[in-house]
Design a protein around this ligand. Structure first.
Ligand code: PLP
Length: 405
């Protein structure tokens, strides 16, 4: 939809949003009318370099032409069916995802938080059926993020950041341990613990990658104790971190993995993948969703996954991530540059506000996000080249210089 087709002004659009919408977002002060590749455009056609990609979603580029074509094609054939009849996009996507990441089974949902709900439900049901009614406890990481529905929010080991505070009692059955602290995780497990659930890189928590020792140690500990390792790859999955899945960077495999965001290439979809054995926890009637596995989202996801794999965008994410991180380390007022592939965080010293850097970057037509008080995060489309990193770097540098004048 274009502004000229509506006869409205930008201010009219802002007024309608402010009047009618329940706002839980601090809006960026620009109207995104169109988007292509690594750019967004406002109503005047002004170009913005997009280094947040709808929060790690548009990995093969905004409005990737193959994804768009797949959506148009599918919309004309069948739009929605519920999960009773067989559909072609679901079948093809299920096979593609499972065979690509070496898992046996998939269950489709609509979003990241829903995928995590399914992961938690499956782990609990597996534990209770195999070991008895008390085997439902799950240990997750402090400062993690798993979503905003009650199970995922209860699994999220941080009260603030718009998560648990103010929403009353959380779902019973979770404990939290400090990230990357293997001993603390082991100590937090009890005889009732069925699973450990973590992100391989804490994205919303400030871009903190897991250490090799932590990941290998958790895998070993779960194996020794008949527990499941649940990995949330909602933000890291599908090539962002330099491998198809971030856990592949560590040479380990989870028992259940959740995914969403980049999987759909801009259409809403989430999923969990697991082993044949664990998948048996779900049977006919035990879990379900009206829209999960939507034919149009599955068609888009199949096109997106093919693009990511055929163009080897995981390798590009690894190369560009290294190149970009090295440059960012030379920024003024930098405390630390962290990340994996093209999930990159820059923590500044106490004199620099991340939100102010974000605003200054927006003035200069670079889109980034702020996470925490002093940390900015960049999750660009994985198609970017060195020139895009150079441009983003110069804009961030100019923004920091402006703030310290
Ligand atoms: N898990 C992780 C690691 C995430 O980063 C997010 C969102 O940022 C979620 C879950 C929730 O995903 P969604 O917003 O699609 O519900």
């Amino acid at each position: 939809m274009k502004l000229t087709d509506t006869g409205l002004t930008v201010q009219d659009i802002k007024d309608k949003v402010n009047t009618y919408m329940i706002e839980t977002y601090e809006r960026m002060d620009f109207l995104c009318e169109t988007a292509r590749d690594q750019y967004m455009y406002d109503e005047k056609g002004k170009k913005y370099l997009d280094f947040y990609a709808g929060i790690a979603v548009n990995s093969a580029g905004n409005c990737n032409e193959k994804v768009v074509a797949a959506v148009i094609d599918q919309v004309q054939d069948v739009m929605h069916t519920f999960n009773y009849p067989y559909t072609i996009p679901q079948a093809l996507l299920a096979e593609k995802v499972c065979t690509t990441i070496g898992m046996d089974k998939i269950f489709f949902q609509n979003s990241g938080t829903e995928a995590n709900e399914a992961m938690i439900k499956m782990a609990r049901k597996y534990g209770i059926e195999k070991y008895g009614p008390n085997k439902y406890h799950i240990v997750t990481a402090k400062n993690g993020f798993h979503g905003r529905t009650f199970g995922a929010m209860s699994a999220t080991g941080q009260p603030g950041n718009g998560c648990q505070i103010g929403f009353g009692p959380m779902t019973y059955g979770f404990s939290y341990a400090p990230y990357n602290d293997l001993k603390a995780f082991k100590d937090a497990c009890t005889e009732n613990t069925i699973a450990i659930m973590i992100e391989p890189v804490q994205g919303e928590g400030g871009v903190h990658p897991a250490t090799q020792e932590f990941m290998s140690g958790l895998r070993e500990f779960c194996d020794e104790n008949g527990m499941l390792l649940l990995i949330d790859e909602v933000q890291t999955g599908w090539c962002r971190t330099g491998k198809v899945m971030s856990y592949m960077n560590y040479g380990i495999k989870p028992d259940i993995v959740s995914m969403a965001k980049a999987l759909g290439g801009g259409m809403p979809i989430g999923a969990i993948c697991t082993t044949e054995d664990v998948s048996k926890a779900f049977s006919v009637g035990s879990h379900g969703t009206t829209f999960g596995g939507h034919p149009v989202s599955c068609a888009a996801a199949l096109a997106e996954v093919n693009e990511l794999l055929d163009r080897n965008l995981a390798d590009n994410a690894a190369k560009m991530g290294e190149y970009f991180k090295k440059k960012l380390e030379t920024l003024p007022h930098v405390k630390e540059v962290r990340g994996q592939g093209l999930l990159v965080g820059v923590e500044f010293d106490d004199t620099i506000s991340a939100v102010e850097v974000k605003h200054e970057c927006l003035h200069r037509h670079l889109l980034i996000t702020a996470i925490g008080t002093h940390t900015i995060r960049m999750v660009p489309p994985l198609i970017i080249a060195e020139k895009d990193c150079d441009e983003a770097y110069e804009i961030i540098k100019a923004s920091v210089v402006e703030l310290t004048k």
